[in-house]
Design a binder for this molecule. Structure first.
Ligand code: HEM
Length: 367
């Protein structure tokens, strides 16, 4: 860059000196020329070359010093700070509003037959470890990532510039390093649960009945994971991989050209004309934008997941807390899975210490 700047300065110096020479020449000829001073004619060839030189730089010409000006960068900046932030905030707000509305209308989904007084194992220790590595890392990445997008507008006015700056620097490092835990959790969960997440015929019934989420007393039969959970699983895996790849391009800048390659494949398959010759900086701009869009999509899905796995459904959190769920909960939400465990003699029923008081008189065995 300094070399290019130096080259530019030398060129300007040359042109300036030429003007000085012209002027001096003109001045020296005044006395000799009785018709008066001749108008100074700038050397058009040099001016032309100069403006062409600038035009090339403005249009992204790369030299030995790299690329000085990338005009599309301005378009990207306007898009990132304008529509992208606006749609991101709207998407998040809409999701939170939707969940609040669902809670107001449907309330907490209860175990309709009451606590049974018995628990069965739903997820073993390794499964829960994988889940929590993924979950905790994603929450940290989500919060620190949202700080990059919105912190300046939301936190900085509250915390002041200095504190916000200190927090943001720490958050940036946290984001960079926790990313590796997220990739680990993603791979872990994928390996642990892929076998239970292929589509099956029971999923169609589950979808037709809206998973029983919208009406009391409706419990469509389901295997270990119902259609809604399978949708969450595949969204988490695919979006998670996409976020990880674009994140990798940002962690190790100018070392990948995955967007050019992806566009080339898409063009071949769909017949589009996406650009396949991208400069390093364009690759980075696509990576930031895509990383942002995918992250917001995943945050919206996960907000719904966290809601249903905690306040939204009685008895659900135990599956990831202790790993054991109430037998009536299991029969209501995953009857085909319970049937399978029973048929294989793997039910492993144990008395429920926590909800003993709530069970008993009120409880009746679920069908
Ligand atoms: C505080 C946050 C969270 C809570 C309370 C929570 C709770 C749960 C619960 C209770 C289950 C088991 C559901 C069942 O028994 O069938 C589950 C499963 C799962 N969780 Fe989470 N989770 C959280 C965060 C996350 C995050 C951040 C991710 C991904 C980034 C995630 C991904 C999954 C996946 C893929 C499953 C299996 C599919 C499913 O059940 O939907 N969870 N979670």
């Amino acid at each position: 860059m300094t070399k290019v700047l130096a080259a530019l300065n030398i060129r300007h110096l040359l042109i300036a000196s030429l003007f000085v020479v012209f002027a001096a020449f003109g001045a020296s000829t005044v006395s000799a020329d009785v018709r008066g001073p001749a108008p100074i004619q700038p050397d058009l060839q040099y001016l032309n070359e100069d403006s062409n030189f600038w035009k090339k730089i403005r249009h992204g010409q790369e030299g030995r010093g790299g690329q000085l000006i990338q005009s599309q960068g301005e378009d990207w900046r306007i898009f990132r700070n304008g529509p992208l932030l606006k749609y991101t905030a709207t998407g998040l707000g809409a999701m939170v509003a939707l969940l609040a509305l669902f809670f107001l209308i449907r309330g907490r989904i209860k175990i309709e037959h009451g606590w049974s007084g018995w628990t069965i194992e739903r997820f073993n220790m390794p499964e829960r470890m994988g889940h929590w590595i993924l979950a905790v890392s994603f929450i940290i990445l989500g919060l620190t990532g949202l700080n990059v997008s919105f912190g300046k507008h939301v936190l900085m006015p509250i915390l002041g510039k200095d504190l916000f700056s200190t927090i943001s620097i720490g958050a940036k490092y946290l984001h960079n390093y926790v990313a590796f835990a997220f990739i680990l959790g993603l791979a872990w969960v994928f390996i642990a649960w892929i076998k239970d997440n292929f589509p099956r015929s029971a999923d169609i019934t589950w979808i037709k009945q809206g998973g029983g989420l919208f009406s009391k007393g409706v419990h469509p039969p389901s295997h270990k994971f119902n259609a809604g959970q399978k949708l969450i699983f595949w969204s988490v895996i695919l979006t998670g991989v996409s976020i990880s790849l674009s994140g990798w391009a940002l962690l190790f800048p100018f070392e990948t050209n995955m967007f050019a390659k992806t566009f080339w494949i898409i063009n071949g398959v769909v017949g589009t004309t996406l650009p396949t010759e991208l400069t390093g900086i364009q690759e980075q701009q696509y990576a930031v934008t895509w990383h942002n869009i995918m992250a917001i999509f995943m945050i919206c899905i996960i907000l719904a997941h966290i809601y249903i796995g905690s306040v939204g459904m009685q008895g659900a959190f135990d599956a990831m807390g202790s790993g054991r769920v109430d037998l009536n909960w299991a029969k209501e939400h995953h009857s085909l899975w319970v049937d399978k465990l029973e048929s294989e003699d793997k039910l492993d029923k144990q008395p429920d210490e926590t909800h003993q008081a709530d069970a008993g008189a009120k409880a009746q065995p679920a069908e």
